[in-house]
Structure formats: C-alpha cells, structure tokens
Design a protein around this ligand. Structure first.
Ligand SMILES: [Cu+2]
Length: 176
C-alpha cells in the first residue's frame, strides 16, 4: 500500500503509483483503516505468537475482543518468504499489485528479500499492518482492533500464497 516512487519509468508504474496513492489515503494518513490501527505497547493485553510456513498460519484460530490491543510475534518457520498482513479482502486486493511488482522486479525471490533493490525502487513494504519475512526471521506488530466487530483477518500476499490457503479470519469474541 505504501509506495514512494523514486522514478516512474513506465506507464504501468505510473498507474500503480496512482492506485497506491488511493490506498495510502485510506490506510496510512489521517483516517485509520476500518480493521484497526497500530497499537500502543502499554495497552497490550495479550501476545499471540503466529508461525507461518507453506501455506499456513498457526495457530489456526485467533480470537480477540473488540477494541483489544494484541502483540503479534510473527515467525517465519517455512522455506519461503511469507507475509503477515492484517487486513481484509479489499486491502489485500489493493496490496496485490505491489507484491506482484516486487516479484517481477526481483525484490522478492522464493526465499530471499532483496532490500537493496527495494530501496532502489522506493518500495520498502513498510505498512504498519504487515511484515514480510525471510525464512527464520521474526518480527512484531502491535495492533488495536476496532471497537465494533468487523471483517479482519491475516493473509500472505506473496503471489499465489493467499489463494493456496495462507489466509484466515480473526474471530471477535462473541462472534459465531
Ligand atoms: Cu506466504
């Protein structure tokens, strides 16, 4: 979602930058996305360790309270690069173009992230709701869920992974 384009080299890049700007307006600045916002560590009530691999997240069920702030410790225990992305269907769809481009431009290989290339292209994958991890890496996201029950889940948007099952809902307590 958050792309700073250092040099627009083609019409495709221009179109991508345009659509990203729209996503950024929704997700980044001013108004928080409807599925929550970056949390304050002083408000963390529980920690979930989420492990990811081919093609899963564990544990398979994550339950939160409306308004709850959770610390997610994300571990890539798989053999490939994976993403932990808190969001919903719309957010993932608009993020997919960025991820496709990162693969096309060689920023993401099967098991390697090319950070130099990412910097060069101005695509640092620096969204507050997501982390992209190589095998063996871990990261932390503190997230405050909305006060109202809403559609939110986690997905891996490395091309092909979400469609192969790397996606699951986050269940609000009191929900079915
Ligand atoms: Cu994945």
């Amino acid at each position: 979602m958050k792309i700073t384009t250092t040099g627009i080299t083609s019409l495709a890049a221009g179109l991508l930058a345009l659509s990203s700007t729209t996503a950024l307006a929704d997700a980044g600045h001013g108004k928080a996305p409807e599925f929550g916002r970056t949390g304050d560590e002083h408000h963390v009530s529980r920690t979930y360790e989420v492990r990811m691999g081919e093609m899963y997240f564990k544990p398979g069920a994550i339950r939160v309270m409306p308004g709850e702030t959770i610390r997610f410790i994300v571990v890539n225990e798989g053999d490939a690069v994976h993403e932990f992305n808190l969001g919903n269907e719309d957010a993932w769809e608009s993020h997919a173009a960025e991820m496709n481009r990162m693969v096309d431009e060689g920023m993401i290989d099967y098991d390697v992230l090319r950070h130099g290339k990412m910097r060069e292209m101005g695509m640092m994958h620096a969204d507050p709701n997501a982390v992209l991890l190589e095998p063996g890496e871990r990261a932390e996201i503190i997230w405050t869920f909305p006060d109202k029950v809403t559609e939110v889940g986690i997905a891996c948007n490395v091309p092909g992974h979400r469609k192969s099952g790397m996606v699951q809902d986050i269940i609000f307590r009191g929900e079915g």
